[in-house]
Design a protein around this ligand. Sequence first.
Ligand code: CMC
Length: 435
Amino acid sequence: MSKDTLTITDQRNGKTYEAPIELGTIRAMDLRKIKTSPDDFGVMTYDPAFMNTASCKSNITFIDGDKGILRYRGYDIETLAEHCTYLQVAYLLLYGELPTPQQDKDWTWEITHHTMLHETTKTFIDGFRYDAHPMGILVSTLAALSTVYPEAKNIHDPENRQKQIVRLIAKMATLAAYSYRHRRGHPYVYPDNDLNYTENFMNMLWKMTEPKYMASPVIARALDVLFILHADHEQNCSSTTMRVIGSAQTDPYLSMAGAAAALAGPLHGGANEEVLKMLDEIGSVKNIPNYIKRVKEGEIKLMGFGHRVYKNYDPRARIIKAVADEVFEVTGRNERLDIALELERIALQDDYFVSRKLYPNVDFYSGIIYQAMGFQPDMFTVLFAIPRAAGWLAQWNEMVQDPEQKIARPRQIYTGIDHRQIIAKQEEPAEVKVG
Ligand code: CMC
C-alpha cells in the first residue's frame, strides 16, 4: 500500500526514519531527528541559493516554469493583461479576488488620494547629487518614509497594515517620478487626481508648462500592461528579501527598501538596464555572431536570457513583444528591436542556449519599449519596482499572518578553523640608535 512518507535509512548506523511528504515536500526539521548519537546535532540540508527549498506556503502566484505558465491568484497572466488594469491586479494580489465595481471605485479613490509626498520627503530627494542613480534615490527614500510614518511598525494591526499598503502603492509612482525629475533637473509635478494611476505617473514624469497633462492612451495602457506583468513573481530574490526583512517585524517601508535594493541587482530587475547596454555594445545585427561566440565561451552573459524558474519561454516576454508593436506605432520603431529579434532568433537555434533551456525573460524586450517611450536605461529598474510593490506587499501581508513563519534565520556549515588561542608576541629587542 502506498504511503505519503519518505523512508530514509542512515547507512552510518542502519537506523530508518519516516518523514511525512506534504504537498510534495518533507519538513527540513524532520531531518534533524537523524542522529548518530544523542549529542549529534542531526542532519541538515545544504541549499545555497535556495535551489530546492520552499520557504513558505503561498496562495498568491503560481509558476510552472517548464510549461511557461504564470498565474496570479489562479488567473493566467495573459487574461489579466488583456482585461484588467494594474490597480485591479494589485487588489487581486493583495486581497485574493478581483474587485467588484464598487470595490474598484473605492480602491482607486484610496490610492489616488495617497499619492502626495510629504514636503520634507521632496527636500530629502533634493539632497541627492544631480546624477544620482534613480534606483538609489528610490531605495533610500523608501527607507526614509519609515520616519514619516512611524506607526507603520505596528505590523500586527490589520488596519494599520492596510493603511501602509495603500500609501506605498500610491507613493511608489510619485517617488519614481520624482527620482526621474531630480535627475533631469526639472521641478517636481504634483499628482493630478483626475488621472488614472499610469496617466498620473506620466503626468508627474513629463508635464512641463502646459496647464493640464494629456497622456497618450496607447502609452498609458502599454505602461499599465507592463505594470501588470511585473506585479509579482512569487519567491524571487526581492520578494524573499521582503519576507526575510519583514520576518524581523521590521516596518514595511524599511522592508520594501531592502526588497527594492535586491531588485536593483543586474541578475534581477537590473537586467533590463543591462540588456540595453548589451544591445548598444552589439551595435549592429552583423556583430551578433561574434557576441554569441563570446557568450558561449563564458566571457559574458546574454542579458535578458535565462531564468531560475522558467525553462521555457517566459510568458511575460511574449506579451511584452506584442505591446512593443503597439508602442512603436506611436513612438516610431526603436532600431535596437532588430538586434534583439535577431539575437533571439539565433540564440533559440543554438545548442548552447537550447540545451540549457535559456529563453528570453521579461527583461529582454521591456527596456526597448521603455527607451522608445523616452526613458533613460537607469530608469528601467525603477519602472519594474513601481508595480512590484503590489507583489512585495502581498507577500509581506501573507507572511505576517502566517502562524508558521518566524524570524528568518538559516543555518550554515562552518568550515573555518576549529579553535585557537592568541599566542603572545615575543618582545622585539629595542633598536639601538647610532650617532
Ligand atoms: N547567458 C549565457 N549563459 C547563461 C545565461 C545567460 N543569460 N544564463 C544562464 N546561463 C548558463 C550558465 O552559465 C550555466 O551554464 P553551465 O551549465 O555551462 O555552467 C547554465 O546556463 C545554468 O545557469 P545558472 O547560472 O545555473 O542559472 P541560475 O538559475 O542560477 O540563474 C539567472 C538564473 C537569471 C540569474 C541567469 O540566467 C542570468 O544571469 N541571466 C542573465 C540576467 C537576467 O536576464 N536576469 C533577469 C532574470 S528575469 C527577471 C528578474 O528576475 O528580475
